[in-house]
Design a protein around this ligand. Structure first.
Ligand code: FES
Ligand code: FES
Length: 163
């Protein structure tokens, strides 16, 4: 077993640090060392997208990275979306459109949508479907998820851009 190493990162705007084995996965570090259990572990081999977070502003699968690879990085997890008690427009739209059932895929869906809307703020339905095809919903609630993302995009445009 290797000696634990120090890992430091900015998570949801706050400097965080912890010690872990060099081979500890980033998702396990977030959940077990930092207590951020909003990011879900599904397949744990890069297929389902449930573990999606932003790493330096870009969507990444936290089950495919070691925590040490994120040393010095800036991360956004689902816990970082709301502004205090104010839910992010994407979260509000998921609520309005009943875009979740068991909720297991939801953190990954929200972060993938956030990443997508940052580069395509006025997407077509087909583009939303294509972008979210990387995240699997085992409850198969895709219809309302697509509606929610389209609605959130509209609200975010009206508010003056992605936030
Ligand atoms: S848990 Fe990472 S892609 Fe499924
Ligand atoms: S809401 Fe259950 S997996 Fe998507």
């Amino acid at each position: 077993m290797s000696s634990p190493v120090e890992v430091r990162m900015i998570v949801n705007g706050t400097p965080r640090a912890g010690r872990c084995e060099p081979r500890k996965l980033l998702i396990d570090f977030l959940r077990e060392e930092l207590g951020l259990t909003g990011t879900h572990a599904g397949c744990e081999h890069g297929v389902c997208g449930a573990c999606t977070i932003l790493v330096d502003g870009v969507a990444a699968r936290s089950c495919l990275m070691f925590a040490v690879q994120a040393d010095g990085a800036t991360l956004t997890t689902v816990e970082g979306l709301a502004d205090g008690d104010e839910l992010h427009p994407l979260q509000q739209a998921f609520h309005r459109h009943h875009a979740l059932q068991c909720g297991f895929c939801t953190p990954g869906m929200l972060i993938a949508a956030l990443d997508f809307l940052a580069t395509n703020p006025e997407p077509s339905e087909a583009e939303i479907r294509d972008a979210l095809s990387a995240v699997l919903c085992r409850c198969t609630g895709y219809q309302n998820i697509v509606k929610a993302v389209a609605d959130a995009a509209e609200k975010m445009r009206a508010a003056g851009g992605a936030s």
